[in-house]
Design a protein around this ligand. Structure first.
Ligand SMILES: Nc1ncnc2c1ncn2[C@@H]1O[C@H](COP(=O)(O)OP(=O)(O)OP(=O)(O)O)[C@@H](O)[C@H]1O
Ligand SMILES: [Mg+2]
Length: 320
């Protein structure tokens, strides 16, 4: 397993100051009637997210992802440790104008229309009405809600996916430099997920920094520059996909025939299949392996360049 120490913390494409920096951030909740029980939600979390990066935070339920977001956003206070956001200590009010946040379970007022809700959010940021009239339709268009009549339809009549989209529009109402998205794909259908990925990529093109968490690993794999895995409040690993998964330079082959003992040397994880064929990853030079196989009288049925998926990596790391 690659630990944080193993993975060099290479800044994404730049040597710039991180826009998010946490240093041994820790959160212990006190629970129980006498507040005498402790729940350690986050243990000594140190990470950096750089300008313009799309950073994905992964972890099973209860790992501490939302806790980390809440700490960074100043919604809860750390027990110990420090954090810096856009150059200011966490909780500093002056940077809030530059931050957007899509909460895990956004509370959206049932009896407001999507438009009214966005007006409300814009009012909190003191965005002038003229700019609101310009920005709200743009955002509704961006999140794919321009077709429903967001001016008239109250949000109690929205589907889960539509609410998620309004939540996203709300997170962007102040044109933030740094956006926190807590499970932005949750509740979306495949088209909605695709659109959400496109929105995130559009934000990235605009130079925004996106810090998000999701359980949909295939989405994370498609859009993230770097990822970190949290488990039981602890950072298990952090790095770019190439650093964590390796580049696709291993061949995965399915073949038949040959000498099993020699094959085992070439394919240490070789498995035989019911139909008499075998499969495994080639260790060593692929062309030398092919020559050796020919000499043994074996043949290749299928082969592909291989690197583990983020899902395989995730499961493997959490099982350790
Ligand atoms: N207000 C609270 N009081 C006590 N414990 C809490 C509180 N909020 C969170 N926890 C605990 O902290 C731990 C981390 O919770 P958190 O919500 O950060 O997890 P998560 O990684 O976001 O999970 P999920 O993927 O399910 O959203 C859990 O054990 C949870 O029970
Ligand atoms: Mg959560």
């Amino acid at each position: 397993m690659k630990s944080v120490a193993d993975v060099p913390d290479v800044p994404f494409d730049s040597q710039e100051t991180p826009v998010v920096l946490t240093s041994e951030l820790r959160k212990v909740y006190r629970t129980g009637f006498w507040l005498n029980e402790k729940v350690v939600s986050l243990k000594s979390c140190s990470l950096k997210v750089y300008q313009g990066e799309t950073f994905g935070l992964l972890g099973p339920n209860g790992a501490g992802k939302t806790t980390l977001f809440k700490l960074l956003l100043g919604i809860i206070r750390p027990t110990t440790g420090k954090g810096i956001l856009l150059g200011k200590p966490i909780g500093d009010r002056s940077v809030k104008q530059r931050i957007g946040y899509l909460p895990e379970n956004p509370y959206l007022y049932d009896y407001l229309t999507g438009w009214e809700f966005l007006q409300l959010a814009a009012g909190i940021f003191q965005i002038p009405s003229s700019l609101q009239r310009q920005r709200i339709p743009q955002l509704l268009d961006l999140v794919g809600l321009s077709k429903i009549d967001a001016r008239k339809k109250q949000m109690r009549r929205y589907s889960k996916g539509m609410l998620q989209r309004v939540g996203m529009a709300q997170a962007l109402i102040n044109n933030p430099d740094l956006v926190f998205l807590d499970e932005p794909m949750s509740g979306l259908d495949p088209v909605g997920r695709y659109q959400m990925r496109e929105i995130i990529l559009t934000l990235k093109q605009q130079g925004k920094t996106i810090f998000f968490n999701s359980h949909i690993l295939s989405d994370v794999e498609k859009i993230c520059d770097r990822v970190a895995i949290l488990a039981k409040g602890e950072l298990v690993c952090c790095g770019s996909l190439n650093q964590l998964l390796g580049t696709a330079n291993t061949y995965y082959v399915i073949g038949e025939g040959g000498d099993w003992e020699i094959l085992q040397k070439w394919l240490p994880n070789i498995e035989s299949k019911l139909d008499g064929s075998w499969q495994g990853e080639v260790q060593g030079d692929y062309y030398d392996f092919l020559a050796s196989l020919r000499l043994m009288g074996g043949k290749i049925i299928n082969m592909k360049l291989f690197r583990p998926s983020l899902e395989e990596f995730f499961i493997k790391n959490l099982q350790k």
